[in-house]
Design a protein around this ligand. Structure first.
Ligand SMILES: Nc1nc2c(ncn2[C@@H]2O[C@H](COP(=O)(O)OP(=O)(O)OP(=O)(O)O)[C@@H](O)[C@H]2O)c(=O)[nH]1
Ligand SMILES: [Mg+2]
Length: 219
């Protein structure tokens, strides 16, 4: 019975996600969906990303959390449109929440939509948000085995960002092994290493976004 209800919810979500995909296509919006454990640095990476963009960039952010507007407050400092989605108790964003949040935004004024999902390495993976790409963050304090323990998101994401590399001298984390684990689950997976405190790896990440956006716009 539980499986049936879950399947129904997911198929409803898929329909709405298809609608979102069509809206993104029509208005030429490139959308990425950031997924990670709580605290891996999704908001920090978005803060550094927004700061690095020209003020004229047409970017916007939807950020999801169970409670608080903290992330939206942090992200709004860069001056781009930001909206917080508070889910109450729900451990993921779904396509209904995204559709509602976008209703009073002019999609013609957005080239890139960043979606920061609720901090959770499991639930958000099942919910299609109509995005062009899922991106998974793994920080070096989480352990190199996480791609093997939580394979679904590493299989589904196009890019793995290994964050907090500034902490590598202080924590037992085998970087090479973490990349090998990600690629065991997802052969050939692209990996970018970043530090949001020391601002490292940002150029590689920004280049990935631009390359992937152009590819999506051609497709
Ligand atoms: N040393 C170090 N700390 C970082 C880095 N990136 C983020 N942090 C810190 O990690 C903590 C969590 O970062 P957030 O950006 O809030 O993480 P998040 O993934 O958005 O967290 P949730 O939204 O709660 O899931 C904060 O104290 C950040 O300052 C990094 O590259 N290096
Ligand atoms: Mg956050």
């Amino acid at each position: 019975m539980r499986v049936e209800v879950e399947e129904k919810v997911l198929s409803e979500n898929d329909k709405l996600a298809a609608g979102l995909r069509e809206r993104y296509r029509k208005h030429k919006v490139f959308c990425v969906n950031f997924i990670s454990s709580p605290g891996s640095g999704k908001t920090a990476l978005l803060e550094r990303t927004l700061e690095a963009l020209p003020k004229t960039a047409k970017v916007a952010v939807l950020t999801g959390d169970l409670q608080t507007e903290n992330d939206a407050r942090r992200l709004a400092k860069a001056g781009f449109p930001v909206k917080q989605i508070t889910t109450g108790g729900t451990c993921h964003l779904d396509a209904t929440m995204i559709s509602r949040a976008l209703d009073d935004w002019d999609l013609e004024a957005i080239d890139i939509l960043f979606v920061e999902n609720v901090g959770n390495l499991v639930c958000p993976t099942s919910y299609d948000l109509g995005e062009h790409a899922k991106i998974v963050l793994l920080s070096v304090t989480e352990g190199e085995d996480k791609p093997l323990k939580y394979p679904s998101i590493f299989a589904a994401a196009e890019l793995c960002i290994i964050n907090k590399i500034d902490l590598l001298p202080y924590v037992p984390f085998n970087l090479e092994q973490s990349i090998a684990n990600a690629r065991q689950v997802h052969p050939g997976m692209e990996v970018v290493q970043t530090s949001c405190t020391k601002v490292q790896g940002l150029e590689t990440w920004m280049a990935w976004i631009e390359r992937r956006r152009l590819q999506a716009m051609q497709g």
